[in-house]
Design a protein around this ligand. Structure first.
Ligand code: FAD
Length: 504
């Protein structure tokens, strides 16, 4: 006889791991599951979290909003700053840089997208770089920032921002939030994972002190080690090192010097790249590199000789294998965070992937039957999302003219996934894109990175010629002027922080 829904309902959930992934999941569950489930989070103070200073993409605002977290409180608690985009230095060619900003650029006219009109004029030498038509790209280097306000057609209405913040402080903030809403935290090390006989589902985890925690659903947020998803369930991992060859990082905070920039910087180095993420009280830095092409000592020397101010700690080494878990959800275990895979932090996507896994888990929330079709669809969507992000990251490495080091020669000449090749080939011809439904990065992101990395289409969309050239010139000129005028009136980033969200 079929049990009714209530009898099949999941009652106990155990989250293993209390890094950003664990506490984001716990906080979301404490808010969204209406207190109807017992949620326990197990973490060990002896096993540190990754938590380097981190950059995000705008979607994190939706996560905070869903939890009812005030944006200014969040920034105060995490020493956060605003982010309009990422500046890429020396990627396409040594000595060049571009900004990949959030939000829209230009204003469409006629039948086709704005960038085609720009392409026509640019190719005729009548228009400056694409960034001149982006409010964020003009504002960021001048350290200007404001939130979007409703100003009709003005680009001020379309400012899209994300944040740069201390992920360790964010986890602490979310811990308070989750515990206040009933999540039980258990301190200690998980020593063993017990599988059920028959179906091989996880039955319980046992702690070093002998305690045992049983649950219906387990969330593996144990970081790279993937204690449940890999350690116990042997789910397997798809290695992407041949496409994303960086496999180590060194992270070090340093003193701030100069203005707090409203953007993250990614500077290409000889065998990887260096990040610079300004927070209110310090700057987070790190060197992501490929151990096949550079020694740890040399990577460290490059990092330490390229800091704005004095280092505030010893560089922290991290090792990883780029790729994804074969199944993100296996039996009654869902991997969220680094346990599900890692694609390196080039476009600040990891925290977003945590957030989208949580949202997807809510959409496909199981009962104790753990319907396999439900799990399969969850995995299909999760794979689609990370595969397309992977392609976007590979683009940065592959689309380069750099031939000054063996690392860049490898990246420039490597075979790329067919899905990426198709996008690049299509763009190279007429500057066109196709964006599959549910792909995370919008066409405007692909556009900025393709152009920034030096891919210039051979031609523009033929329908552009339907609009008289003088009209196109006037349209572009007007947009550029409006952008410049708006930026002039925008406040300074630091003043904006001081007025709204300065940490105590
Ligand atoms: P972790 O932080 O590793 O946490 C793992 C948790 O599991 C810890 O609490 C630990 O105590 C617990 N644990 C493990 N084993 C046990 C056990 N046996 N018993 C009990 N507890 C256990 N993301 C971005 O969005 N933007 C960025 O700019 C960015 N930069 C990054 C730079 C680098 C070099 C790296 C490596 C990552 C970066 N990320 C970035 C990714 C981001 O740091 C992670 O996605 C995020 O911190 C989530 O980590 P996590 O919670 O999955 O794992």
């Amino acid at each position: 006889m079929q049990q009714n829904t209530n009898e099949r309902r999941i009652r106990d959930i155990v989250i293993v791991g209390g890094g950003t992934a664990g506490w984001m999941t716990a906080a979301a569950m404490s808010k969204l599951l209406g207190g109807q489930y017992h949620v326990r989070l197990i973490e060990s103070d002896e096993i540190s979290t990754v938590g380097v200073g981190e950059a995000t993409i705008p979607q994190i605002k939706l996560f905070n909003q869903a939890l009812g977290i005030d944006e200014d409180d969040f920034l105060r608690e995490t020493q956060g700053t605003f982010k309009l985009g990422i500046q890429f230095v020396d990627w396409g060619r040594l000595g060049e840089n571009y900004i990949h900003t959030f939000g829209s650029i230009g204003l469409d006219m006629g039948l086709v997208e704005f960038h085609h009109y720009w392409l026509k004029l640019h190719q005729a030498g009548l228009a400056p770089d694409f960034g001149a038509y982006s409010l964020a790209a003009v504002a960021a280097p001048q350290n200007k920032f404001m939130r979007a306000i409703d100003a009709g057609n003005s680009p001020i209405s379309h400012i899209a921002h994300a944040f740069q913040f201390d992920a360790g402080l964010y986890a602490r903030f979310l811990r308070k939030f989750a515990e206040a809403r009933g999540v039980v935290r258990t301190e200690g090390k998980v020593a063993d994972v017990i599988l059920r006989e028959g179906d091989g589902f996880v039955d319980a985890v046992t702690m070093e002190n002998g305690e045992r925690y049983q649950a219906d659903l387990f969330i593996d947020c144990s970081g790279f080690r993937g204690l449940l998803i890999e350690g116990a369930l042997k789910t397997g991992y798809e290695d992407w090192t041949h496409w994303l060859p960086c496999d180590r990082a060194l992270a070090v905070p340093c003193e701030s010097r100069g203005a707090i920039t409203p953007y993250t910087r990614a500077t290409a180095r000889t065998a990887g790249w260096q990040w610079r993420i300004p927070l209110q009280h310090r700057i987070g830095n790190g060197h992501v590199y490929s151990s096949r092409f550079i020694s740890d000592d040399e990577a460290c020397a490059q990092l330490m000789s390229n800091l704005d101010g004095a280092p505030l700690a010893e560089p922290k080494p991290l090792r990883f294998v780029t790729g994804k878990r074969n199944k993100i959800w296996n039996r009654n275990v869902v991997a969220i965070g680094l346990s599900s895979g890692f694609m390196e932090p080039l476009e600040s996507t990891s925290i977003h992937l945590i957030q989208s896994s949580i949202a997807r888990l809510m959409s496909f929330f199981p009962d104790r039957d753990f319907n396999q079709d439900n799990i399969d669809e969850f995995n299909r969507q999760a794979h689609f999302e990370v595969d397309r992000i992977r392609d976007f990251l590979i683009l940065h490495y592959n689309a380069t003219t750099r031939d000054d080091t063996p690392f860049w020669n490898y990246c420039r000449t490597m075979e790329v996934p067919e899905t990426l090749k198709q996008k690049m080939d299509l763009f190279k011809q007429h500057g066109r894109f196709y964006r599959e439904k549910d792909e995370m990065f919008a066409s405007v992101s692909w556009l900025q990175v393709m152009l920034g990395q030096g891919i210039m289409p051979q031609s523009y969309h033929p329908l552009v010629d339907l609009v008289p050239q003088q009209q196109v010139e006037a349209h572009l000129h007007a947009i550029k002027t409006v952008v410049e005028n708006c930026v002039q009136k925008m406040p300074n980033h630091e003043e904006f922080i001081a007025a709204h969200c300065r940490a105590a």
